[in-house]
Ligand binder design. Structure first.
Ligand code: DAH
Length: 513
């Protein structure tokens, strides 16, 4: 406890100390008195008080006091009488006046006549019947005495310095006048008082000296050694600071940018495809037979508009057809069916980014090192693990001498840079041999999670594209990586724009290259 108190004392600002000492000597001192006695300005007193209060050393009480007085209109009414009184005076004599003659008969201006007649009726001093204003018995009664509104008016007039409180008998009148426009003036006066709390008592009991503290060191003080003898106030590193929600990238964008940076640094160049692709590039160029399950309507989005896409040039289409049907010159027997151009023309939302690899191989000559990041689409039902659109990164390396070992090495290196350790499992894809799937071990789940597929493109893929060198390729999911890194159980979180979650995520940590 005492250690705590000492620490708190150490961290007190000189103004806080002065204020506290003053309160010890003069517990009921107002901020103004404290300012005067300590030779501080009032702003410094209040800010020191705020700081002491946030540390639980004193309590700052705030009181708002209202003072009421008459406006210029109010003074006029007090002197001349309220409009309803002026009309009543005339009515007491004449008993009835036609509405249209009211202003003339009473000599009151139009505005006040309207106000007056309103109150006259409300106070039941008069009744209006077919355009004639008639005095009531109640009105007659009041013709020779003041009502409560007038009493308050008079009271305020005789207390020109203002009234802070009304006695019970005047309170209703005060309310009435307050409800009328422009009669009462309200002046608000806020005052503060301070109460030393138990923690403050302990501090005072412990005692302290008030010494000037150095806040800024000058060149001279440093050079000439005066800094050694100065008093310093320690920082309070536990002081509350405002929470700042800095603008930042979405976590998925962070990972995508990291992935791009990693591949660019590994010497890959970036390519892009389009979301709408022909079945030819999405499936046929990958030696995926036309009756392959992945092509089914329940797995793939087929488009109505455009219903079909153009096929590439005839030679490639012909070679692809032959390869599917008989294996052509690839050393394979093919899938042994009649290949259809119409099926190849169908337009689909790309189901993977691997079509970018085959197109790239057709458009460019090896040596090739290409990667591409983008959205892919599959007819999945939403659940905690699946989305109908998600992101993949596709990679392709093609050159003389490229081997399956290069594939494993490349993937290992890539994941390592992202902060993941992976293992490889044998797999099957219609377009690769050898083929593998990368997996990562999740300790909390005690299980292996699949991250993506990879392999060496088969001759049935490469030959029709005019490629004679070996090619490694991979297609890796990105959302899963984000889920693991940000500890998200439900993939939908990445698309929900949950502002609380996004705010609390750490900033982009950057890649170690
Ligand atoms: N396209 C596969 C998928 O979406 C992943 C894949 C496997 C990509 C093997 C490749 C590859 O480039 O060689 O699951």
């Amino acid at each position: 406890m005492s250690e705590d108190i000492k620490k708190t004392i150490n961290e007190l600002h000189i103004y806080e100390k002065k204020l506290l000492k003053e309160l010890e000597a003069n517990p009921n001192a107002t901020p103004e008195e404290i300012a005067e006695n300590t030779a501080m300005d009032i702003k410094s007193v209040m800010s020191a008080a705020g700081s002491l209060s946030s540390k639980g050393i004193i309590d700052v009480k705030k009181e708002v006091e209202e003072t009421y007085s008459l406006t210029d209109d109010g003074i006029k009414y007090a002197e001349e009488g309220l409009p309803e009184r002026k009309i009543l005076d005339v009515l007491a004599d004449k008993k009835k006046i036609a509405m249209k003659d009211l202003a003339d008969e009473t000599g009151i201006d139009k505005k006040d006549t309207n106000i007056g007649i309103g109150w006259l009726v409300r106070k039941k001093w008069a009744k209006i019947d077919k355009g004639i204003v008639n005095i009531t018995d109640f009105g007659k009664d009041f013709s020779s005495k003041n009502d409560i509104d007038e009493k308050v008016l008079n009271y305020l007039q005789s207390n020109a310095e203002g009234v802070k409180e009304f006695t019970d008998d005047l309170r209703d009148g005060f309310k009435n006048l307050g409800n009328r426009k422009n009669i009462l003036n309200v002046k608000k006066n806020t005052s503060h008082s301070f109460v030393v709390l138990p923690k403050g008592e302990s501090i005072l009991k412990e005692g302290f000296t008030i010494q000037k503290q150095a806040t800024q060191l000058t060149h001279k003080q440093l050079k000439e050694g005066q800094w050694k003898n100065l008093q310093y106030r320690p920082y309070d590193i536990n002081a509350e600071a405002p929470v700042v929600f800095a603008g930042k990238k979405h976590p998925l964008r962070v990972i995508i940018d990291e992935i791009r940076e990693i591949f660019l640094n590994m010497g890959f160049s970036e390519d892009n495809g389009s979301y709408v692709e022909s079945a030819f590039w999405n499936f046929d160029s990958l030696f995926q037979p036309q009756d392959h399950a992945a092509r089914e309507m329940q797995d793939t989005f087929y488009l109505k508009n455009p219903l079909t896409c153009d096929l590439p040039d005839d030679a490639l289409v012909k070679l692809t057809a032959e390869t599917h049907e008989t294996g052509a010159n690839t050393g394979s027997t093919g899938w042994k069916y009649d290949w259809s151009e119409d099926i190849a023309r169908q337009s689909v939302l790309r189901t993977h980014t691997t079509g970018i690899s085959t197109k790239h191989l057709y458009d460019f000559e090896p040596p090739i090192k290409m990667f591409s990041v983008g959205r892919v689409f599959r007819r999945e039902t939403f659940d905690y693990k699946h989305l109908p659109e998600f992101h993949q990164v596709e990679g392709l390396v093609c050159d003389e001498g490229i081997s399956y070992q290069n594939l494993l090495g490349t993937l290992k290196e890539f994941y390592k840079k992202l902060g993941f350790e992976v293992r490889f499992r044998p797999a099957y894809f219609p377009y690769t041999y050898l083929s593998t799937e990368t997996e990562i071990y999740l300790e909390e789940k005690e299980s292996w999670i699949e991250l993506g597929g990879a392999g060496m493109f088969r001759p049935e893929v490469l030959k029709p594209l005019g490629i004679n060198q070996p090619a490694l390729a991979f297609g890796l999911g990105i959302e899963r990586l984000a889920m693991i890194r940000y500890d998200v159980e439900d993939i939908r979180m990445l698309y929900k724009s949950d502002i609380k979650w996004l705010r609390e995520l750490p900033l982009d940590r950057g890649v170690e290259l």
